[in-house]
Design a protein around this ligand. Sequence first.
Ligand SMILES: NC(=O)c1ccc[n+]([C@@H]2O[C@H](COP(=O)([O-])OP(=O)(O)OC[C@H]3O[C@@H](n4cnc5c(N)ncnc54)[C@H](OP(=O)(O)O)[C@@H]3O)[C@@H](O)[C@H]2O)c1
Length: 248
Amino acid sequence: MSTAKTVAMVTGASAGMGADFCRQLAGRCDVIIAVARRAERLQALAAELAGKVEVHPLEADLNTVEGVTRALEALRQQGPVDYLVNNAGFSTFGQFADLDIQGQRDMVNLHVDATISLCRAAIPFMRERGGGYIINVSSVGAFLPGRGLAVYGATKVFLNYFSQSLQAELEGTGIAVQALCPGYTHTEFHEPLQGFDKSQVPASMWMESAEVVSASLAALGNGRVLVVPGEVNLELARKGLQRQLDAL
Ligand SMILES: NC(=O)c1ccc[n+]([C@@H]2O[C@H](COP(=O)([O-])OP(=O)(O)OC[C@H]3O[C@@H](n4cnc5c(N)ncnc54)[C@H](OP(=O)(O)O)[C@@H]3O)[C@@H](O)[C@H]2O)c1
């Protein structure tokens, strides 16, 4: 592949924000490596975006060593990438001590291990080329420790810290790192969450996935690492941080 092409890798591209990242990156990229487990969804996205951008579907379960290896191989062979969007994710809901441990470990694998592995592979190429963008999809929940999301929230705190530290280490390289911290967003994310009733959350707290993605891309390179889309979410994040400060 010619190095003159602008290339993105988006994980979790088969639904929700990942699919919207692909749609909105189509205007900025020549090639998008779209990663997820549901290959037929990725094929449909490639068909939808045909003529706008070349989508290379990559079927991979990023919870597995094999899946991460396949993504790393694609990064090396079809890259180097200009945009890396670590978006794939899921959550469970419930008290930690009552939840199956495997689901919690899978979340750590997907949100943390897969993200750092892909960043580690992409950054040397970005450094060599003198620039690039990394978006790690975190959550406003990272600012709001509480009941029901102990491991999920902790993985997102990891992503915030990791992204901020990475940006400090990469100062002067032309690489911009963002931790995108959405609040309630209409996607498929909440469907598997047992005990979570979407209708209990006021409509004013929800954002559309495309809106969140636009806010992320608009903020890229503006010097902010933590990007919290929407006024309601920003207010929540500030209150959560204040509570943590007050507790010191
Ligand atoms: N929606 C919200 O309210 C909200 C709020 C804050 C943060 N977030 C974060 O936003 C990100 C995107 O979520 P979403 O809301 O767009 O949810 P979604 O509609 O459920 O999409 C999740 C995506 O992740 C992929 N994925 C899940 N497990 C995977 C695995 N093992 N390997 C590869 N891909 C995997 C799914 O694809 P396959 O099933 O095809 O593999 C899907 O494409 C997540 O990191 C989530 O934590 C969401």
